[in-house]
Design a protein around this ligand. Sequence first.
Ligand code: MN
Length: 427
Amino acid sequence: MEINDQQIEKHNKEVEEGHIASFAPLVDQLDKQGIEVNALIEQIGSFQIAIPSWALGAGGTRFGRFPTGGEPGSLKEKIEDVGLLHTLNRSSGAISLHIPWDIPEDTAAIKQLAEKFDLSFDAVNSNTFQDQEDQEHSYKFGSLCHTDDFVRNQAIEHNIEVIKYGEQLGSKALTVWLADGSNFPGQQNLSKALKQTHESLEQIYAALPADWEVLIEYKPYEPNFYSTVIPDWGTSFLLANKLGDKAQTLVDLGHHLPNTNIEQIVATLLMENKLGGFHFNDSKYGDDDLTAGSIKPFQLFLIFNELVGGTDTYDDLKHNISWMIDASHNVKDPLEDLMQSVEAIKQAYAKALLIDRQGLQQAQADNDPVAAQQLLQEAYQTDVRPLLRESRIRNKAAAYPVKLFRELQVRNQLVEERGEETIATGL
Ligand SMILES: [Mn+2]
C-alpha cells in the first residue's frame, strides 16, 4: 500500500478553499504582531518526530490485547507503515527500532527502503526487560544491575550488539530503558544495584562509536513496584554525568509521578546540556502511553516553551535532541493515533514559537506574573492549525492526514494485503 502524489494533490485541492478561509486571517493577525509567517511555517514544516517501531500495532495491557488487523509483521512492513505516515504528514521522517524485535536480515535492502520513503533511523533501543527464547540467563531479577556477573555481561553484550545493528543502519544513539528494580523492601541492595548499573553502563559507553550517544531513560515504577534502579531524572542525570559527554538523559513524559513539573526538569537538563531526547505521550494517572497532547496539552506547550526559550537557535533545538513518540494504542488505529500525536507535538511547538520572548523576559525581569501569564496565554490560545496545514501543503503532504487516511481506506487495504491476524511485535 502506497499513497501517491496525485492522491495528495487531489485531496489538497478539495480542501483548499476551506483552508484559505482560516489561514488568510491568521496571516493578517500574525503580520500585525510582527511575526515572520513564512519563516514560522518553514520551522514548523521541517520539525520531524520519530515513530517507534513498537507502536505500529495494537498495544496490549496485562488484561488483553485487541489486534487492529493489517499490522506490520516484519521490519520491512514497519518501515512501509512509517513511510505511509511520512507521506501523509511529511513530519515523521524517522523510525526508532527495538532490538531484538527489529533485527534487519538484509541491512542494505532495509536502508534502501527507508531511503525511498525519505526516512532516517533515530535511536535504537535495547531490550533487557524480557527473556528471549534462546537466551541463556534470565532477567527476572534485573539486567545491568544484576547480582550475577553472567547476567550482567549478557545484558551488556546485548546492548553492544544493538549499537552494531544501529551503526549498520546509520543510527546515532542507543536508548537504554531498564525494568531493573525490586518489588519488595529488602529484596535488593539499593546502592549496590545502582553501582552495578553504572559499571555495566560504563562498558556499554566504551563501545559507543565516536559520534554516538547513549540516552538513559528513567521511570519511577512498573514493572517493579517497590523500587526501580533509575527512578527519576536525577538518577539518570547522575549516571549521564559519571559516564561522560556522550551520555544524556531521555525524558519520557509518562515516566513521572503525578503532577511532576516536567517542564522544569526539561529546563534544567537543557541548561546542563544533558537533554538527549524525548519519548512523547500523555497520561492521566501513570505511564498510560496515551496520544501526545490528549490529556494535558498545556503541559506539552510549557515544555516547548522551555525548549524554545532555552536554545539560541532553531538548529540547536533540531539537531541536539532526539524527538520520539512512545505511545501505545489499545482502542485507536495505531497509524491514526500516531498522526494525532505528531499533530499535537507540532501544535505545542508552533505555539511556543509564537510566544513574545522579549516581552516574557521583560515581564520576568519586572516580576510581573500577570503580564507573563497574558503572554503565554496569547500564544497558547492562538489556533495554529492553519499554520500546520499550510506547512504540510507546502511540503506536498496532506492538508488533513487522518481524513485522507480514512478516505483512501488505508487500514482496509493493509488488512487485505497482510490479513486480519498479523501481530506486530511491540509493547
Ligand atoms: Mn519510553
